[in-house]
Design a protein around this ligand. Structure first.
Ligand code: PBG
Length: 325
């Protein structure tokens, strides 16, 4: 008895590559960079082994290191020197991200900035607070007054020389407000990558240490998405496309591959996936114990994200993997 079909024939060395359906390239990856206005030197981030906060004075050097590893794009996050209730250091001309962008603008890197307020507000929420929110957990961020602050943050990043802005606050109308401001200020050619389907996820834990952006009270469930909802992700994406989003992001990545795949099928825009801090920390923790092979697991994770349909991946593994790709 011979089997009629033998898929194993195409698994031999020599032919595997010819029939491989998915590929991973260094040019698919974006490396997050944390720039810290309060740091004198580089500071390792304990919950994210291999990642560090760098002072503004070393932002350029850090980006050059990533370029040398083969990473072509970076996403900048800022830790400001001070915080207040309206997050004013997020849109200050001499803010930490604005200074870091100026310092890196003439490198060969493609510089994307995260546009959000949670690292800049003293309450740690992604916008202007509702009155009484500290006492009443049913109240959080006021949507429409936040739009103006996001638009101003994006404009200031563009003016500093950013190549792309990525709003992550899940404020309704954020892409439209930012697009309009950029267009009015002469930045018609600057693309917007929307964190279109961003879920309220426990996988962001290590990032909140890294960027010092944990909410001081409550959580983000009133603006970030309910992890139970895949259809709502398509609605979010549709709204962002209508408002002019150039790239649609799904976040987190690995626990939401069904959403990545659905967004790929439904829309003709490039799809980004954010392989978030918790996904990175888990692999590192298991590898430290000798339970998983770090590089093989990281590679397989990123390949899965590509297979689900992502065109680009924001990942803390970028620097480690790019030289191998
Ligand atoms: C800012 C922002 C967060 C992340 C990216 N941008 C934190 C959050 O929403 O709580 C998370 C990234 C990660 O976990 O790697 N709003």
């Amino acid at each position: 008895m011979h089997p009629t079909e033998r898929p194993r024939r195409l698994r031999a060395d020599g032919v595997r590559g010819l029939v491989s359906e998915t590929s991973l390239a260094a040019s698919d990856l974006v490396a997050p960079v944390f720039v810290d206005a309060t740091a004198e030197g580089r500071r390792p981030i304990p919950s994210m082994p291999g990642q560090e906060r760098v002072p503004v004075a070393e932002a350029r050097e850090r980006v050059e290191e990533l370029l040398a590893a083969g990473v072509e794009a970076v996403m900048l996050f800022g830790v400001p020197e001070s915080k207040d209730h309206r997050g004013s250091r997020a849109y200050a001309e001499d803010g930490v991200v604005q200074r870091a962008v100026r310092a890196t603008a003439d490198t060969d890197a493609y510089v994307i900035t995260d546009v959000c307020l949670c690292e800049y507000t003293d309450h740690g929420h992604c916008g202007v607070l509702e009155e009484g929110a500290r006492e009443d957990p049913s109240l959080t961020v006021r949507n429409d007054p936040t739009l103006e602050l996001l638009a101003e943050t994006a404009r200031s990043h563009a003016a500093a020389g950013a190549d792309m802005v990525a709003p992550s606050s899940m404020t309704d109308g954020m892409v439209g407000a930012i697009r309009e401001r950029l267009d009015n200020e002469g930045f018609q050619d600057l693309p917007v990558m929307s964190y279109a389907a961003k879920y309220e996820s426990a996988f962001y834990g290590p990032f909140r240490d890294a960027a010092d952006g944990a909410p001081a009270f409550g959580d983000r469930r009133h603006y970030q998405m309910d992890p139970a909802n895949p259809r709502e992700a398509l609605r979010e994406c549709r709204l962002d496309v209508e408002q002019g989003a150039d790239v649609l992001m799904v976040k987190p990545a690995l626990a939401y591959l069904d959403v990545v795949s659905a967004v790929r099928r439904e829309f003709d825009r490039p799809v980004a996936a954010y392989n978030v801090s918790g996904e990175y920390a888990m692999v590192h923790a298991a590898a430290e114990k000798g339970w998983l092979d770090l590089e093989a697991t990281a590679r397989e994770s990123l390949l899965s994200i590509k297979r689900a349909g992502a065109d680009l991946i924001i990942t803390y593994f970028a620097e480690e993997l790019a030289p191998e790709l």
